[in-house]
Write a protein that binds this ligand. Structure first.
Ligand code: 13P
Length: 250
């Protein structure tokens, strides 16, 4: 499967800024390398602009950074999958560490969102990863198992491999400049792969596992070549088209 080169713009960029960056990115990249796909998660307010900038470009997709697991209803401030689809999204993120640790989302809620979004027709990138305290306490595998088991609890066991991705983002490497080393990435991704093969026996071997956490143009080539790395999820270094386009083609 193609490497999924994804950008999480978090709470950055107005509609105009996001649209400009998406246009610059599409122009800088031209035709994508045959083994690469681009996926951008803008803030909700900029989704339509980014989708418009990518319209008609093969291999460019847009996703929502979050969703609420209901078709519609009295959920002030929340976004339904149908609203994301309506704006041109084909993907959604669930379980990003900032939602788990800043907004207090529990594993089970992340699981409800993941299953609901898939059922609604969105592809999902489920984010998982340990804090530095959990890693130091020797709890890496326990945390990853907990995030995966609850995150995928209600997902169809034979879900197509193109419909789901898992992003391993060690919390201590997000926005810190401290990238996980190759040995850490290899070990964590091998563990995630084994868990996916257990939880989703039909396609767990194929589902892409992305790495996220201080990915930069300079370190992408090495990271992307590691076993079981099917792409990247980039925060800070994805905000400029010049930087993210180098990551996409690294
Ligand atoms: P940084 O690339 O800024 O470390 O952020 C990673 C991330 O959280 C992507 O979802």
């Amino acid at each position: 499967m193609k490497k999924l080169m994804s950008a999480n713009w978090k709470m950055y960029k107005t509609l105009g800024q996001a649209t400009d960056t998406a246009r610059e990115l599409a122009a800088a990249l031209g035709e994508l390398p045959a083994d690469r796909e681009v996926l951008v998660f803008p803030p909700f307010t900029a989704i339509a602009g980014v989708a418009g900038a990518f319209a008609g470009r093969a291999g460019f997709s847009v996703g929502g950074q979050d969703l609420y697991p209901a078709a519609e209803g009295a959920f002030t401030g929340e976004i339904a999958p149908a609203m994301l689809l309506d704006l041109g999204c084909t993907w959604a993120l669930t379980g990003h560490s900032e939602r788990r640790h800043v907004l207090g989302e529990a594993n089970e809620f992340v699981g409800a969102k993941t299953a609901f979004a898939l059922d609604a027709g969105l592809n999902v990138c489920l984010c998982i990863g340990e804090t530095i305290e959990e890693r130091r306490a020797g709890r890496l595998e326990e945390v990853l198992t907990g995030h995966l088991a609850a995150g995928l609890a209600d997902v169809a066991k034979d879900i197509g491999p193109e419909r789901l991705a898992v992003a391993y983002e060690p919390v201590w490497a997000i926005g810190t400049g401290e990238v996980a080393g190759p040995a850490d990435i290899l070990a964590a991704h091998a563990y995630v792969r084994a868990e996916l093969e257990k939880l989703l026996p039909s396609h767990g071997a194929e589902i892409r596992i992305l790495y996220g956490g201080s990915v930069k143009p300079e370190n992408t080539g090495e990271i992307i070549s590691l076993d079981n790395v099917g792409g990247v999820l980039v925060g800070g270094a994805s905000l400029q088209a010049s930087s993210f386009s180098r990551i996409v083609t690294a």
